[in-house]
Design a protein around this ligand. Structure first.
Ligand SMILES: [Zn+2]
Length: 366
């Protein structure tokens, strides 16, 4: 693909992305399954939906599953990757006993409104817990919430909150900080990385997709596309299979041991103790299959700016005092932290993304 063709695939808004995905899926003879998100619309009053497209033999025993937009605003990078994959599919049919399932807009509300979280401020990537048991506690988050979501956007207010947060980190350590922020929290509904108090619409919708398309799968390769963590424009893998298990070893074989066993991403601190990941949920929905895969991020901003990106996202949702013009500026900053407009970033992400998909398909076929 030429550079200009790649860059033209990056959407400017949800409705455009959705129309392109559906058109590419139809042209590739995919089987489509749409679930409409009730009672919500996008900023231009457009309807919102999760669309799934399946290509390849309907009863294939090996299936590559890809998700775009678990975090809505990150879909601006993953959606064009899916469209490019489908367009290539039109020319080359999938060989062998392999199917591909593409799930576009896991979080259509966030995608349309340029927000990470869904219509209830829930981070879907923390929502796949067993809500019949007590939810995981996160005391660290409760302690830092007033500092990271102070609501005071003056320079003075931000500096004071930052100083208090630095003091907290000094006392408790970097690893405790990353855990407090990223593990997930279930107590502060207007906070960051909130996992919710019940299964969300998208959680049920993904189970419906798995029931519809994955019952015959015996071997699944799974990619949940994200952006944010990692080196600028480069892939960063978070594999959630048991280290050393056959599933983990598949990921190493497909994408390289160095990439899978990479310890980076959190400034030298260990990976946070995430709860309720989509990865875990999908693995349970497909319990009959061997399930190997990863969250795959493309790096956008350095780690110290990641928190600022989350705060920006939070402000876009909760700051009701924002003027139209100011909102547009923040919106543009959000795009920069979730899908930079830098052409080189977009070209690198597309080429590397397609390579990652190709490797997984080769691996599943082998
Ligand atoms: Zn993400």
């Amino acid at each position: 693909m030429k550079d200009t063709e790649i860059l033209d695939l990056y959407p400017t808004h949800y409705a455009q992305a959705r129309a392109r995905f559906l058109a590419a899926a139809q042209a590739a003879d995919a089987t489509l399954y749409t679930q409409v998100l009730p009672d919500q619309v996008g900023p231009a009053n457009e309807g919102l939906a999760l669309d799934a497209a399946y290509v390849g033999a309907a009863d294939a025993s090996r299936v590559l599953v890809m998700l775009a937009g678990t975090h809505g605003s990150e879909a601006y990078a993953a959606s064009p990757l899916m469209v490019a994959f489908l367009q290539a599919q039109k020319q080359v049919e999938l060989a062998g006993d392999v199917g591909v399932l593409l799930v576009h807009a896991v979080n259509p509300y966030g995608f349309a409104h340029m927000l990470r979280t869904n219509e209830n401020n829930v981070d879907l990537n923390r929502n796949f817990i067993d809500f019949s048991s007590p939810v995981p506690g996160n005391q660290g988050y409760r302690a830092i919430h007033p500092l990271i979501c102070s609501g005071d956007h003056t320079e003075h207010g931000k500096a004071a909150a930052r100083a208090a947060l630095d003091a907290w980190i000094e006392e408790n350590g970097q690893a405790a900080f990353f855990n407090a922020i990223f593990a997930g929290q279930y107590e502060v509904p207007d906070g960051l990385i909130y996992g919710g108090q019940e299964r969300q619409w998208s959680n049920h919708a993904l189970q419906n997709v798995a029931d519809r398309f994955l019952g015959h799968a015996r071997r699944i390769g799974f990619i949940d596309w994200h952006t944010g963590l990692g080196e600028y424009g480069q892939s960063f893998f978070l594999c959630f299979n048991e280290p050393g298990s056959p599933e983990w070893e598949h990921c190493c074989a497909w994408w390289g041991r160095d990439a899978i066993e990479n310890k980076g991403g959190f400034g030298g601190a260990p990976r946070p103790r995430y709860s309720g990941l989509v990865f875990q949920g999908m693995r349970e929905f497909c319990a009959q299959a061997e399930f190997s895969g990863a969250v795959i991020e493309f790096g956008t901003t350095p780690p110290e700016a990641t928190i600022a990106g989350l705060q920006l996202d939070h402000r876009l949702r909760f700051d009701t005092m924002l003027e139209q013009e100011q909102r547009a500026v923040l919106h543009e900053q959000a795009m920069a932290s979730f899908c930079p407009r830098d052409p080189q970033w977009r070209l690198d992400v597309m080429r590397e993304g397609l390579w990652i998909v190709g490797r997984a398909l080769d691996g599943l076929r082998a």
